[in-house]
Unconditional design. Structure first.
Length: 50
């Protein structure tokens, strides 16, 4: 049986994992697509446009 401190520790781990799964993981597909699309659209900018 877990004592109070251990229970709180592991509950925080579970809460963190649930947050990651609900909020961050769904973005991974779109971020991957953006990375794989190449740099052509960014490279069209002239340096003085930044």
């Amino acid at each position: 049986r877990l004592d109070g401190d251990e229970h709180d520790f592991y509950q925080a781990k579970l809460d963190t994992a649930q947050f990651f799964m609900a909020r961050l993981l769904p973005q991974s597909g779109a971020l991957f697509a953006a990375l794989m699309s190449g740099a052509a659209s960014v490279m069209r900018f002239d340096a003085n446009q930044f």
